[in-house]
Design a protein around this ligand. Structure first.
Ligand code: DPN
Ligand code: CA
Ligand code: ZN
Length: 324
C-alpha cells in the first residue's frame, strides 16, 4: 500500500490509539530507511515569480534581452549562482564557444546521493535577442531554481545524486546542453538515471503537455496531474526541440513539461484547459512582449509543483526505475 506522508502519519496515530500508550512510543519511532519517499513540498508561486521579476529587471537593464553573448545572459547566471551558492550547492560554470562568443552553462550539485545514479533537472537560461524571454525560458529556469532551493530548505537526503543545470545558447540550437553532454565521458554518461527538461512552463494561454519519452519519467508527471484531476497531452509541438534532445541523443532517459509555444489551442483543448481556442499558447513566443506579464500564474504554479514532485519522487526512489 502506498500512503502519502500525511496519511501515513494518520495511520500511525490510528494504530497507536488502538494499541494504547505502551505501543505508541515505538509506533512513533522514525521510519526505517526503506520506507517510502518523503512528500514533495508545495513550491511557493511567489518565490518563482520573484525570480521572474529579477530576470525581467536584468533584461531591462541590459538592452531588453538575456541572449547568448549579451550582458543580460551572464547577469542571469550570476543571479542564480549566488542563490545556489548560499543554499549549499556546489556550483560550477562550464564555458563553450558558440558564434565566436563564450557561452556558459551553470551546474549545481547537491552533495550526497549515489554518484552512479545521477538525476538531473535543467532548463535553458538564455533568451532570444528579441526580448526578455520570461516565459521562454525564465519559467523553466525559475522553477528548477526554486526546486533546488526547496531541496536545500528540506535538507533532502535523496538516494540519487541530484544535479541541476541551466543551459546557455539553447536558442542557437541546443548548443550549451550539447557542449555539456559532449564533455561527459562514456562512463559519466552511464551514471545518468534521467534528465528532466523544463522549457516554457507558464505560457499565457496554457496547455499541459508532458513529454512522451522515457515511460517511467512520463508516468511520474502524468500520475501527478491525474491526482490533481488535470488532463494532460503528449507534447507534439516541442518534441526534440529543447535541451532534452542533447541527453536523449546520448542514450539518457528524458522527460519534461511544456505549456505550448506558437501553436494554436484547439477548441477541444480550450474545453479541457480553459483559455482561448484559435489563439497561440504563447502569442509572445520569441518576441519583445515575452515579459513578466506574459505568464499564466496557475500553469506556472502547477508546473513548478510538478517539477518538485518529479525530483522528489525519482530522486528518492530506491532504484533506477520508479517506486512500484
Ligand atoms: N526550444 C524552444 C525554444 O526555446 O524556442 C521552444 C520549445 C520549447 C518548443 C519546448 C517546444 C518545447
Ligand atoms: Ca505551488
Ligand atoms: Zn525555450
Amino acid at each position: 500500500m502506498i500512503l502519502s506522508a500525511r496519511s501515513r502519519a494518520a495511520a500511525v496515530l490510528a494504530v497507536a490509539a488502538l494499541l494504547g500508550p505502551a505501543a505508541s512510543q515505538s509506533a512513533a519511532q522514525p521510519a526505517p530507511a526503506s520506507a517510502e519517499a518523503p512528500a514533495a513540498p508545495d513550491i511557493p508561486l511567489g518565490n518563482v515569480k520573484a525570480h521572474l521579476a529579477q530576470l525581467q529587471s536584468i533584461a531591462t537593464a541590459n538592452g531588453g534581452n538575456r541572449a547568448h553573448g549579451r550582458p543580460g545572459y551572464l547577469a542571469s547566471v550570476d543571479y542564480l549562482k549566488a542563490k545556489l551558492d548560499a543554499a549549499g550547492f556546489t556550483t560550477s560554470l562550464q564555458t563553450f564557444t558558440a558564434s565566436g562568443t563564450t557561452g556558459y552553462n551553470l551546474i549545481a550539485d547537491w552533495p550526497g546521493g549515489d554518484p552512479d545514479q545521477v538525476l538531473m533537472a535543467g532548463a535553458h537560461l538564455d533568451s532570444t535577442a528579441s526580448g526578455p524571454g520570461v516565459n521562454d525560458n525564465g519559467t523553466g529556469s525559475a522553477a528548477v531554481l526554486e526546486t533546488a532551493l526547496a531541496v536545500s530548505r528540506a535538507q533532502l537526503t535523496p538516494t540519487k545524486h541530484l544535479r541541476f543545470g541551466w543551459w546557455g545558447a539553447e536558442e542557437l540550437g541546443l548548443l550549451g546542453s550539447r557542449a555539456y553532454v559532449g564533455s561527459l565521458s562514456a562512463a559519466q554518461r552511464a551514471t545518468f538515471a534521467g534528465y528532466l527538461n523544463f522549457d516554457m512552463i507558464g505560457s499565457p494561454n496554457p496547455g499541459y503537455f508532458v513529454y512522451d519519452d522515457d515511460p517511467a519519467i512520463e508516468k511520474t508527471f502524468k500520475d501527478h496531474y491525474a491526482g490533481l484531476g488535470i488532463p494532460t497531452e503528449p507534447d507534439t509541438e516541442g518534441d526534440g526541440r529543447s535541451d532534452h534532445a542533447s541527453f536523449k541523443n546520448a542514450g539518457i532517459p528524458v522527460g519534461g513539461l511544456f505549456t505550448g509555444a506558437g501553436n494554436r489551442k484547439t477548441a477541444a483543448q480550450a474545453q479541457k484547459w480553459g483559455g482561448t481556442s484559435g489563439q497561440p499558447f504563447d502569442r509572445c513566443y520569441h518576441s519583445s512582449c515575452d515579459t513578466a506579464a506574459n505568464i499564466d500564474d496557475t500553469a506556472l504554479d502547477r508546473n513548478s509543483d510538478a517539477v518538485a514532485h518529479a525530483v522528489w519522487t525519482l530522486g528518492t526512489s530506491g532504484s533506477l526505475g520508479l517506486p512500484s
